[in-house]
Design a protein around this ligand. Structure first.
Ligand code: SF4
Length: 328
């Protein structure tokens, strides 16, 4: 199958600091992945892991410093904003803040059909409004409402309708359930799953919420300090995380089945600054399994049971209590 999106060795660098002491900060540090038609791929990580920067780079909203982004066979990282515009019909973005991302002065009917006007697509906007609202489970009377008259879940549905208006091939969704109650999160996730099946959409989901990933993603990548530490099929990663960071994230994710409940792995210390990346394995300052080699040698990503894992000592049986410290 030909991938709809291919990202190779992508890097994003920011120049930070006062004029005389400018420093380069590597926000995304050489990541590669692809997304197939109809597939959902999730980028997971704590805040500051680089996942949103990566998604913005894929969408052409963030310049890249190395690597490439190819969408439907065409390099897009070399395109200007103007050249990128027609491609945004096929690569739609859903922004994080469901209400804040909607113009407060526009009615829902105009919001869901705005893409037709932006891309100058001829259509019967009344029937498109009806079609789009129905696809996201809203009735036509919502067309006359303003964003402040919507609940968080309804606003998110409007955001979904906007994203799918022109039948894109890929939807990039940044924290699709952020700010929503748990029950509403489930409804939004079910909606995304249904639309994916119905419209054959590929999705790139960016989230720190592991429930979201488990619910919708076929494959996933776990990011730490702008790098992928583990990538693979979602079910396999969830059932037996091989990287200690993945295991820690999953252990912090309450397991609904008490028989499967795992001990929580508490990560000591804060996430290091991107301006002071640790030597060797960048996770070693927080890793309960770190050994001498980890502090000196950068681990290469290697294939383990269908996944790629960047760790010298991967966990072969999933999450387990960290080893007791040897007396010094
Ligand atoms: Fe932990 Fe070492 Fe693996 Fe890094 S390489 S994740 S420090 S065990």
């Amino acid at each position: 199958m030909t991938a709809i999106l291919e990202v190779k060795d992508l890097e994003v660098t920011f120049r930070v600091g006062p004029m005389m002491r400018r420093q380069d900060l590597l926000g995304v540090a050489g990541v590669s992945f692809d997304v197939n038609p109809g597939e959902t791929f999730a980028l997971v990580g704590e805040s500051g892991s680089g996942k949103t920067t990566l998604a913005r780079a894929v969408n052409g909203l963030q310049p890249i410093s190395a690597g490439s982004v190819t969408f439907q066979g065409q390099r897009v990282d070399t395109l200007s904003v103007r050249e990128m515009k027609p491609l945004r019909r096929d690569m739609a973005m859903m922004f994080q803040d469901p209400v804040g991302s909607l113009s407060p002065r526009m009615k829902v009917g105009d919001l869901v059909t705005e893409a037709f006007r932006i891309h100058r697509v001829e259509a019967d906007l009344q029937s498109e409004t009806e079609r789009l609202l129905s696809l996201v489970g809203l009735t036509m009377d919502f067309a006359e409402r303003f964003p402040h008259q919507l609940s968080g879940g309804q606003a998110r549905r409007v955001g979904v309708a906007r994203a799918i208006a022109l039948n894109p091939k890929l939807v990039i969704a940044d924290e699709p359930t952020a700010g929503l109650d748990v029950s509403v999160q489930g409804e939004v996730l079910n909606l995304l799953g249904e639309l994916r099946e119905r419209l054959g959409l590929a999705m790139l989901i960016i989230t720190h919420n592991l429930h979201v990933v488990h619910h919708v993603a076929d494959r996933m990548a776990v990011m730490y300090l702008g790098r992928f530490v583990e990538t693979g099929p979602t079910e396999e990663v969830f059932s037996a995380p091989a990287h200690p960071y993945t295991a820690a994230l999953l252990s912090a994710n309450p397991e609904p089945d008490p028989d499967k409940a795992q001990d929580r792995i508490t990560l000591p210390s804060e996430v290091p600054s991107l301006l002071a990346r640790p030597a060797g394995c960048e996770f070693h300052t927080r890793c309960p399994w770190a050994k001498d080699k980890c502090r000196k040698v950068v681990p290469e990503a290697t294939a383990i049971n269908g996944r790629r894992v960047a760790c010298h000592y991967p966990l072969d049986e999933g999450a387990r209590p960290p080893p007791k410290k040897e007396p010094s």
